[in-house]
Design a protein around this ligand. Structure first.
Ligand code: 5GP
Length: 344
């Protein structure tokens, strides 16, 4: 047994210190980014915020709504091949949708079939497992890279620099970072495993950038300020589940209770998701996600405006003219209290 005594931090443990700035308005701030990737020759140009590949948030409707602003959606993996073929063939800005897959054979075959039938219309993929530390996962990333040298491959999840490097060397362009921070995730509760998300971002970004790789901070953002902190900590992309859930474009059953409308939102490892897709929770495992009802939030448009406004404003406070400069201009201060919660 070994104890690491260095303090690791979450979003709630810090604030971003304001800095002198020559910017006069947040409208002067450019929050699009351009990326070259470590392996893929594709060039990215967009707003690097991605809807999570959960079946509630990773929908075609969400992708169409977010694409209007240059944001992306990692589609969930439960649509039929012909639906992906139709969607990706018509998709104009390729970076606005990721095709998601796990590492099972069925997912791999489904992806290959989608590529064949769409004439390789997919440019961005998200290879997603709960635990990115296994050899089979690394081998799978290698296999996908060898089969499709042009693809932009995002792969995860991990939370440490060593594994970030290993995945990049195995063929990933973007490493997805986060174990346990998610709004409907119960991994930390069920297993005791995890890593404070802001420190995971800082450490993995440092490892990735040294090799020319990218990271995507996945999970734990609850307000636009958390997204700004993720970018400030070095995230190239930020993935959102809970913040986009409950909108019209999100999937999930609508429930009426006491005259109010709610939408169901659940983790992809929750009992709800496993009952839906895997015929129940297998006997050897426990659910590592929960299911919640959230008040229906209408179209996602206003939420997107709020998020983009918040990130732009964060840039203004530290004098970053472009999102690219935010990390360089970020000094985090550790705080005992972040928000005044007197009115809830
Ligand atoms: P959020 O933005 O809601 O805080 O986090 C979204 C992320 O939570 C997803 O992108 C995914 O990585 C993670 N997640 C989704 N469902 C589950 C689940 O059932 N269990 C766990 N451990 N994580 C989940």
């Amino acid at each position: 047994m070994h104890i690491e005594n260095t303090i690791r931090l979450d979003f709630k443990d810090v604030l971003i210190r304001p800095k002198r700035s020559t910017l006069t308005s947040r409208s002067e701030v450019d929050i699009t980014r351009e990326f070259k990737f470590l392996h893929s020759p594709v060039r990215y140009n967009g707003i690097p915020i991605i809807a999570a590949n959960m079946d509630t948030t990773g929908t075609f409707d969400m992708a169409r709504a977010l694409a209007k602003h240059g944001l992306s959606t990692a589609l969930h993996k439960h649509y039929a091949v012909e639906d992906y073929v139709d969607f990706f063939t018509k998709l104009e800005a390729k970076h606005t949708a990721f095709y998601s897959l796990g590492i099972g054979n069925a997912d791999w075959e489904k992806f290959q079939e989608t590529m064949r039938r769409s004439n390789n219309a997919v440019q961005y993929v998200c290879i997603d497992v709960a635990n990115g530390y296994t050899e089979t996962f690394v081998a799978f990333v290698k296999k996908v890279r060898e089969a499709y040298p042009e693809l932009v491959i995002m792969a995860g999840n991990v939370v440490t620099g060593d594994m970030t490097e290993e995945l990049l060397l195995a063929g990933a362009d973007i490493v997805k970072v986060g174990i346990g921070p998610g709004s409907v995730c119960t991994t930390r509760k069920m297993t005791g495993v995890g890593y404070p998300q802001l420190s995971a971002i800082i450490e993995c970004a440092d490892a990735a950038h040294g090799l020319g790789g990218r990271i995507c901070a996945d999970g734990g953002c609850t307000v636009p300020g958390d997204i700004a902190k993720a970018f400030g900590g070095g995230a190239d992309f930020v993935m959102l589940g809970g913040m986009l859930a409950g909108h019209d474009e999100a999937g999930g059953e609508t429930v009426e209770e006491n005259g109010k409308t709610f939408k169901r939102f659940y983790g992809m490892s929750s009992a709800d998701a496993m009952n839906k897709y895997a015929g129940g929770v297998a006997r050897y495992r426990a659910a590592e996600g929960k299911s919640v009802l959230i008040p229906a939030r209408g179209p996602v448009e206003d939420t997107v405006q709020g998020i983009l406004g918040g990130v732009r404003s964060a840039c203004t406070y530290v004098g970053a003219r472009r999102l690219k400069e935010l990390t360089m201009r970020t000094t985090f201060i550790r705080v005992g209290m972040q928000l005044n919660e007197v009115f809830g």
